[in-house]
Design a protein around this ligand. Structure first.
Ligand SMILES: [Ca+2]
Ligand SMILES: [Ca+2]
Length: 315
């Protein structure tokens, strides 16, 4: 087992920083360079990843996680890697790395947090970053004033602090709280809209042609099951945890949140229906998706279907 700490004490000082390279350039660089590059995870193995670029050049990447632990969810994801270039047993590798998923096509984000006024859970400040899509400039919907949780009258801002057209109404529900004082992510789950057997969120004037919608769940009991439905698509939130702010990681797909991808409708109704337990909505994020689908392809499909219909009608 290589003792990385010895290597670092000899070669890396705080004066050095990560420099960006193409993955294909790494083979020509000296050992001990601190490199930053982008690629796709094509293999997740015990102790390392294989990351590849579009030209099929690949490299082995070991992480700085304890035991060089790897995360299977990164398979096929586009990632940015920051790490230490090294040659181990004649093999060029990147060690002691951090790996961050790059969301292709992510545009602006509108993040909304249900916040109970004057209780133990502080509201989000404009610089607090939270959410699966980790951004600042969250909007707090206050439980008192401004229309409350159900009919908020405020202007919602995006992650850049710009005003948006988005509006929201909620069919039913009341304020509830863990009274959490902690990280912004913990505070997101700290206060919630408690909606018993379920409720409907209606978002109107969504300012994005295509978007993804994240809905965050918080409530007291474990193993709650809530079906969230948009149009014909239902996402089941299940095995919920009893105290989401205490979880690490706090964001767990289909446990502490559900996501709908590639929506393009406005207004959009998000119907929450409790299967067992309670519906508790801590907040949500509307994430502009600029990657799908290709407008040109959409238009081509519409034209083609029109021509086919025309051709059929002429017969
Ligand atoms: Ca609060
Ligand atoms: Ca909240």
């Amino acid at each position: 087992m290589l003792d990385y700490s010895t290597v670092y004490s000899a070669t890396i000082t705080p004066m050095m920083g990560y420099h960006g390279y193409e993955l294909s350039e790494l083979a020509g660089l000296p050992d001990d360079y601190l490199v930053s590059f982008t690629g796709t995870v094509i293999q997740v193995q015990s102790g390392y990843y294989i990351v590849q670029d579009s030209g099929a050049t690949s490299i082995k990447v070991k992480t700085s996680e304890y035991g060089e632990a790897t995360d299977a969810e990164l398979l096929n994801k586009t990632v940015n890697v920051k790490g230490h270039l090294y040659t181990l047993s004649s093999e060029r590798i990147v060690t002691y790395s951090t790996m961050k998923e790059i969301l292709v096509g992510q545009g602006d984000v509108i993040s909304i947090n249900f916040d109970v006024n004057n209780n133990g859970t502080p509201p989000m400040g404009t610089i607090d970053e939270a959410g699966v899509i980790l951004v600042a400039n969250w909007n707090d919907i206050n439980s008192a004033g401004g229309g409350g949780f159900l009919n908020p009258t405020q202007t919602f801002h995006n992650n850049k602090g710009e005003a948006t057209t988005l509006s929201l109404s909620v069919a039913s529900g009341s304020p509830d709280s863990w009274n959490t004082v902690g990280t912004p992510d913990q505070r997101l789950y700290g206060d919630w809209l408690s909606a018993g057997a379920g409720t409907t969120l209606t978002l109107d004037n969504v300012p994005y042609e295509w978007y993804d919608l994240y809905v965050y769940h918080s409530h007291y009991a474990a193993d709650e099951v809530v079906d969230y439905t948009v149009g014909s698509v239902t996402r089941r939130l299940t095995n919920s945890v009893a105290n989401p702010p205490s979880q690490s990681p706090v964001h767990i797909a289909d446990v502490t949140y559900v996501v709908f991808s590639n929506l393009n409708r406005t207004p959009v109704s998000v119907v929450a229906q409790t299967v067992s337990g309670f519906t508790g909505i801590a907040g949500f994020q509307v994430v502009e998706n600029t990657a799908v689908p290709e407008p040109g392809i959409m238009i081509a499909c519409l034209l083609l279907s029109g021509l086919l219909a025309y051709g059929r009608n002429r017969k």
